[in-house]
Write a protein that binds this ligand. Structure first.
Ligand SMILES: [Zn+2]
Length: 371
């Protein structure tokens, strides 16, 4: 059981309902292998009434060979009712049934378990359960944290490595789930559930201190993060180098995305600038930096961070035309399922934030009476 008062209890009720419904539904379990049995522990297993029951289940052997146990008791389009076998883990079962070991949390949350033990009866949701994160008492919001530089305390935009380590430790120890930013694409499209305490970590501009100070901590916890780079900055003394970016990308944790070419604000037309040349300038900022990153790093860039977080309807329209899937501002707040993907809110983490200020910025649920 997690410390989270929200979500988990709801999921649990949901799971109990599902198991009951699935156990009561008339679907045939997959054909078991000869001699298989599902009774390899003391946990009684509900049989789906009306289904074709394998003969071996009707007369269980007291000690069936574990290798012969299929584990699947029933399934339909939405759920698999599964009894954990020896050596099963959430990750291995998620890989087997959901095609992605990282989705083990969905099985854990739905069944209110931390890990699988042999004999555990679990319902594996095959389709996203409540992908929009809406409940009768509110809805899920996903905070996107925004960092800039890391180092000695000499300004608001600089977070010390020690403070960053304490913040990441807090996330790890309090059941926050740091997710890759790209996971938001399907969440915002209503196609994917996210963990109840999902958080996204980003760092802007492309300072080498991200590599030096933040990356080792992120690696320690296995936390993914997105680094927004403006390409005119690369080559400067305190900027990330191409090899540093390549190394971080190769870890599978860090993705490099675009923060424009020059870091000029995109919202205001320059004195004497025509509508047409303004659009051309914005388009250039949106695409040139991206193209350089894609070419030099052999990656696909689909997320944009507006310089200074400044966006307008015109800029959003250009970002859409440039095929960005997500774009972020620095308007503070979390992101519910109905957030506009090209106007996502972000929460700045400043150098003068203590741990209490940090905690206050981790709002993963917005209470509202939606009954
Ligand atoms: Zn910036």
């Amino acid at each position: 059981m997690t410390a989270s008062p929200d979500g988990i209890t709801r999921q649990w009720m949901c799971a109990a309902f599902c198991v009951a419904a699935l156990a009561g539904c008339a679907v045939s379990p997959p054909a078991p292998s000869p001699g298989s049995s599902s009774s390899d522990s003391s946990t009684p297993v509900p049989k789906p009434p009306g289904s074709t029951t394998p003969p071996s289940t009707a007369a269980p052997s007291p000690r069936p060979p574990p290798a012969a146990v299929e584990g699947v008791l029933a399934q339909n389009d939405h759920f698999v009712l599964y009894r954990a076998r020896r050596d099963d883990t959430l990750r291995s079962v998620a890989q087997e049934f959901l095609g992605d070991e990282k989705r083990g949390w969905e099985i854990a949350a739905f069944n209110d378990v931390k890990e699988l033990t042999p004999g555990n009866l679990v319902a594996i949701p095959l389709r996203p359960v409540n992908p929009v994160g809406v409940f009768t008492d509110g809805y899920q919001t996903v905070p996107i944290l925004a960092y800039h530089r890391f180092g000695d305390k000499n300004g608001k935009m600089v977070v010390t490595p020690e403070a960053f380590a304490v913040q990441m430790k807090y996330l790890a120890e309090n059941d926050y789930r740091v997710i890759p930013m790209a996971d938001l694409v399907e969440f915002l499209a209503g196609k994917r559930s996210l963990p109840q305490r999902a958080i996204v970590i980003t760092a802007d501009d492309g300072y080498a201190s991200v590599y030096r100070h933040a990356y080792p901590v992120l690696k320690h916890y296995g936390f993914p993060a997105t680094v927004f780079v403006y390409t005119d900055f690369i080559g400067a003394g305190d900027a990330l180098t191409w090899p540093q970016m390549q190394e971080m990308i190769a870890s599978g944790l860090i993705d490099i995305e675009s923060h424009s070419k020059s870091h000029e604000s995109l919202v205001a037309m320059l004195p004497g600038e025509s509508e047409r040349s303004y659009r051309a300038r914005v388009d250039k900022e949106l695409t040139v930096g991206r193209d350089v990153l894609q070419r030099k790093l052999d990656i696909h860039v689909s997320i944009f961070a507006y310089p200074y977080g400044d966006a307008s309807a015109a800029v959003v329209e250009r970002a859409q035309k440039a095929d960005y899937q997500l774009a972020v501002t620095v308007n503070p707040g979390g992101n519910p399922f109905f957030a506009q993907p090209l106007l996502l809110q972000r929460t700045m983490i400043f150098g003068d934030h203590d741990i209490e200020a940090f905690k206050a910025r981790l709002q993963t649920f917005h209470e509202a009476d939606l009954r």
